[in-house]
Design a protein. Sequence first.
Length: 447
Amino acid sequence: MAIEAPVPLLVGEVSVDVTVTPRGQEQKLRLGGIAHAARGFWASGKPFAVAAVVPHYLEDSARRYFASFGCSDFCTIGYISGAPNVTLVFDPTEVADQEYDALLRDEKSIALRPQASIAIAQNYTDILIFPGSFDLGQVCNLLDVNARLHIDVAYDVGGVDTLRALGRSISTIFMSTSSTLFVKIGSSGIDELARNFAALDPDVVILKENRGGSRLRDCKTAATHSLPAQLSTTVNSVGVGDVFAATYITHLGSGPLEAGMRATYASSAYAQTTDPDAFAAMVKRDAHLSLQEMIDLGGTALPWELRQRADIYLAAPDFVRADRRAIQRAVSSLQYHNFKVRRPVQENGELPINSDALTLDKTYRMDVALLDECKLLFAVPTGKDPGTLVEIGLAIARRIPVVVYDPDRECANTMVIAGSDCYSADLDACLNAVFVLLSKTERVSDG
């Protein structure tokens, strides 16, 4: 008689995600919360069980939905009241802060069902938990003490003390650079993060660094592995980290490095589409790759803390009286991803009209000196600003990588398009280019 592979248990809240789109476009609505991880298990061909905290109105439809994705058992361990558990998402591509907003969040309350421990008493080898508004300690008391816990602590975890209070070790800790907790305990990188989590005796700590890839720290050997990102057009980044965690758990039997690499490929696929079947097809395609082939294919790896030493020169009409909406959007995007943006107009001053030749020459030389300190030029040539176009030319001549974000395609000419490393009206494409170009620069400088 064949022995069935153990089924992982997925624990967390079920919600509804609503992507807010511009007027005239259809808004995207889909089941969120742990539903994202469920799609990850399903696409990897892995059956799973669910212990859910859910609003009453969603319970039946969620049960049916999870069953359609291979859920072998669905147990409601708590109910949400006072709020519909609906999350509004204003920037699904995460070129900057996604600006999540939960409806009636201040009215939300959760009542756990202690008797639920009877329903989930079977021995699950692996339990993947996404903390939420529920009491994490109470939920863990419902779970098998012998199971391996894997927790995504990016959100809804106040600090290490919250995890230490659980009184049990955590096998895998997932963290994201977009988390406020990361800013508190790991912003200098994976070493600081591993030290702060050491008291929890984890086997692995994984830092998800958005478009810059991920890093996996094997706490038993102290080895750190790079998991390069597979960048493509981002359709919707919501739930990408959840898919990463689910795929990682699915492949743990192959070892942490292979599990991490497959999680990277699956999460990239999830960002490229909101169609589950298209997502599953991409995961199935990538499953044919061996670990060595994935390593050889490489990708983009740019650790969080290294981005601060890769100065970016902002070439733009960054003037007080100018329309700076596109400029500010670009700056906000770069700063959100921890890049150091150098703004010559702000650093060297905005010259008044009719400045004398000596003042013009001095400012010009300061701007050129600043350009020479930078590893990349990011241009936003709104209004066909002549100074910005000259700066683009100077950077090209100096072999400094150039990315041009031209939202209105005002400068779509041969010299700008062909001379730049990336020219696009899409900020997502420009941001990807920044990561790719600077990751190459870092590899060269480290080599």
